[in-house]
Design a protein around this ligand. Structure first.
Ligand code: GLN
Ligand code: ZN
Length: 772
């Protein structure tokens, strides 16, 4: 290794997953909530995990271990607790905040609802939204961070502390006071950061990483302007400040970033590789440029040869000012690939989870610093080559089918426009006005889950499993018939998860045993790995739907997950555009839609709850996304006759800004979530609120089922509440286009409240029809 410090590259991570390779943190936190372990036992688990993660970073040869990425529930909540900026309504003393109180902020208590939770940028991670007001003080709070720092130092580590930046923290916060500008809080929050910096300095810390991912958004000018005074202060406190950006290009701010008085800046060269050479060209000699070259959002092994080739000229130019890192925190990938015993060695050689990414980073650092990494390069190059040409990935018939699509212009268009289809469907189904339906799932009882687990373990036969699921379907259909639901569903008993169920049956997907990623708090998800060309070897839902249809004279609604949602909720290929992968999934779903139609299923719902969250961070990129995502949905939906009715479902109704694109999906019926907004969000569909982007009123043309009751709570809605909501909906949607349904699926509910709520919904529909 090079002894010359003038050229030695530094390596670090922006953050490491905290849940533990075996989800130790999840289980400990949940035990603590249930009172099964003490606070001391819980803090012990946290400490063990942190020490493990630091040890891995040190062993991989990184220059610092990152401290501050740990959180009992969420890192934004931790920052609020550190600053002392917790919601006043809980009545807690911020400086004495206890761990149980911290969890009450996150989860609510009998008198206070929980802090709101929302998605962190375009990830599937959810953070808790700080609640600020003009009265909020940032007088300091919990001391956890300082204890963690002291512990890392005690273990002999070189420490880099990582914290969300003050501007990003403010941006992610909500401030309910009308007319109050959050930015007015900036001086007091910067003062609080200054005090934290001073405490860290006193502990012996020299390096601090401050995350400002909002720089990757298209920020209002006053927010951009706030960076200079903020970092003018924070950059001059004596700590070496590394200002980190990620998730997209920050090229528009390159001049600003080069001039701020900080020690260094991190850019994401995975999401936005094109910004690298331009940053390098203008980068000042006295400032570190940390380049994120390992994908922190995906599970693919890094192409080391290619990455070294990119980095070498930049290293030649910047010398020791070059730092290397993953693109963003590794929070968004699973912990350790080595635990996966069911994945075959070839597939594994293409993958890298967080721990493997540390090793990649160590190898890149050694390689740049003149060390011999031949053997790492050789095995990596072999795996990369094998992946490029693998028959498991590249299926010529999928490619041929996709290629042919470009020549058939109509593949994403229904045969007739909506009005003609609507007439054909009315004739075929003869539904009453204000038809009633549900969103798909019925209660997933303990018995259902036990049967599925037993089947997966081989404890019951396929025939026994099928019989158990059919019994459940029969029950669900009977209950819906008794209730008088116009368009029943089969209840989705056979589905563990709306993406996994399809991924397991499609070619091109693989599943891990322990590939968990934190979603929020103690909740983790295990996204499928979409590694190859997608095709559908055989029908996936037809048998269940046909069975359900055989039990009733009502039109049974078939139930599928849409291509955009399957894409969004999987780790997907990085060797072709997302739009291509999405088209492949769309063709597979299209085959299923057509098979359902052939089996006599005349109403088919294609769920797209993840459609909106796929929107890129920069609004200027939205049109392109909406274009290919909408087309993929239409490819999946357009293979059917005019009198087959296509539904879609989305678990929200904030469509103001993208309503024309939602309309362009051209589903015959869309069901959405609206009950909690008191139907107010529905107004957008009637052109009552002006679309921000279109700049003019747009009226949604097809049929709509705005949810009339909240399925997130066991509370049974009263008939008159729903009558009122239906009346409100009728003010903006004509009766000929209005459906009546709950907000979302019922899988998390129990039977008693489900039956009671649906009975009331049906009664409300009767009253509303009578009043027409
Ligand atoms: N059909 C699914 C269900 O009812 C939809 C779930 C969702 O919208 N996320 O469970
Ligand atoms: Zn939903």
């Amino acid at each position: 290794m090079s002894k010359n410090n003038a050229v030695a590259v530094k390596a670090h991570v922006l953050g490491f997953p905290r849940i533990g390779a075996q989800r130790e943190l999840k289980f400990a936190v949940e035990k603590f909530w249930r009172g099964e372990i003490t606070e001391a036992e819980l803090t012990q688990v946290g400490q063990t995990l942190r020490r493990q993660h630091w040890a891995w970073q040190a062993e991989a040869g990184l220059d610092f271990v990152t401290v501050g990425d740990f959180a009992w529930y969420d890192q934004i909540l931790n920052t609020a607790a550190l600053l002392g900026a917790i919601p006043a309504r809980f009545g807690f003393d911020a400086q004495q905040l206890s761990l149980p109180q911290y969890f009450e902020l996150a989860r609510g208590n009998p008198t206070q609802f929980a802090m709101e939770m929302t998605k962190y940028f375009d990830t599937n991670y959810h953070y808790l939204v700080p609640e600020l007001s003009s009265q909020t003080r940032f007088d300091g709070g919990v001391e956890w961070l300082f204890d963690e720092v002291a512990d890392a130092i005690l273990h002999g580590h070189a420490v880099k502390v990582a914290l969300p930046g003050p501007l990003t923290f403010l941006w992610l916060s909500k401030c309910k006071q009308d007319g109050y500008n959050k930015l007015d809080l900036l001086p007091s929050i910067v003062a609080a950061y200054t005090r934290i910096f001073n405490k860290l300095t006193a502990l012996g810390v020299e390096q601090i990483q401050i995350d400002e991912p909002i720089l990757a958004l298209q920020l209002p000018a006053e927010w951009v302007a706030a960076f200079e005074p903020t970092y003018g202060t924070l950059g001059r406190q004596g700590l070496q400040v590394l200002l980190t950006t990620y998730f997209d290009s920050v090229l528009e701010h390159a001049g600003l970033l080069a001039s701020l008085p900080v020690a260094g800046v991190h850019i994401d060269a995975v999401r936005a590789p094109e910004q690298l050479s331009q940053f390098a060209a203008l980068w000042p000699a006295n400032k570190a440029l940390s380049v994120g070259v390992i994908d922190g959002r995906n599970i693919w092994a890094t192409d080391l040869v290619k990455t070294l080739a990119v980095l070498k000229p930049i290293h030649a130019q910047l010398g020791s000012a070059l730092w290397i890192a993953p693109s963003c925190s590794l929070l968004h990938v699973p912990v350790d690939l080595a635990q996966e015993t069911q994945l075959d060695t070839e597939l594994k050689s293409w993958l890298a989870f967080a721990k493997q990414k540390l090793q990649e980073l160590g190898a890149l650092k050694r390689g740049l610093n003149g060390g011999d990494i031949t053997s790492a390069l050789t095995s990596n190059a072999d795996a990369q080559h094998a992946r490029r040409i693998s028959k498991r990935i590249h299926n010529p018939s999928v490619a041929a089918r996709l290629g042919a699509l470009t020549h058939q212009g109509k593949v994403d268009q229904r045969a007739a426009p909506f009005v003609a289809r609507q007439a054909a469907q009315r004739q075929r189904f003869n539904l009453p006005l204000l038809p009633t339906t549900t969103i798909g799932s019925f209660p997933q009882t303990k018995e259902i889950r036990a049967a599925r687990a037993a089947f997966k373990k081989g404890e019951i036969s396929a025939a026994q499993y099928q019989a158990a699921m059919q019994a459940e379907i029969a029950l669900v259909v009977k209950k819906q018939d008794e209730l008088g639901i116009d368009v029943p569903v089969h209840g989705e008993a056979e589905r563990n998860d709306m993406v996994e169920y399809f991924g397991e049956q499609l070619a091109g997907f693989a599943f891990t045993q322990l590939g968990w990623v934190q979603s929020y708090g103690s909740r983790c998800v295990k996204p499928p790995i979409l590694f190859g060309d997608v095709s559908r070897p055989s029908p996936m839902t037809v048998a269940w739907s046909s069975y359900a249809q055989s039990l009733t004279t009502k039109p049974m609604k078939g139930m599928l997950t849409g291509p955009v949602t399957i894409l969004q909720w999987s780790f997907v290929r990085d060797d072709q555009p997302r739009s291509v992968t999405c088209d492949q999934i769309a063709l597979a779903i299209r085959d299923e839609v057509c098979d359902l139609e052939n089996a006599g299923i005349g109403i088919i719902q294609i769920d797209e709850p993840a459609f909106r969250e796929g929107l890129p961070l920069k609004q200027s990129d939205w049109a392109d996304y909406l274009n290919w995502a909408g087309r993929a949905f239409r490819i999946s939906a357009s293979g059917v006759a005019n009198d087959t009715q296509i539904h879609t479902h989305m678990c929200y109704s904030e469509f103001n800004d993208i309503l024309p694109a939602i309309a362009a999906m051209d589903a015959d019926v869309i069901t959405i979530e609206t009950s909690r907004s008191d139907m107010e969000l529905l107004e957008a569909f009637a052109g009552k609120t002006v679309s921000e982007t279109a700049g003019e009123a747009f009226i949604y043309p097809n049929e709509i089922g705005p949810g009339v009751y909240d399925i997130h709570s066991p509370r049974v809605p009263q008939v008159n509440e729903m009558v009122r909501l239906i009346a409100k909906a009728l003010e903006v949607v004509p009766a000929e286009r209005l459906w009546i349904n709950p907000d979302c699926g019922l899988k998390t509910r129990a039977w008693p409240e489900t039956e009671a709520a649906l009975a009331n919904m049906l009664a409300a529909a009767q009253l509303a029809r009578a009043a027409l």
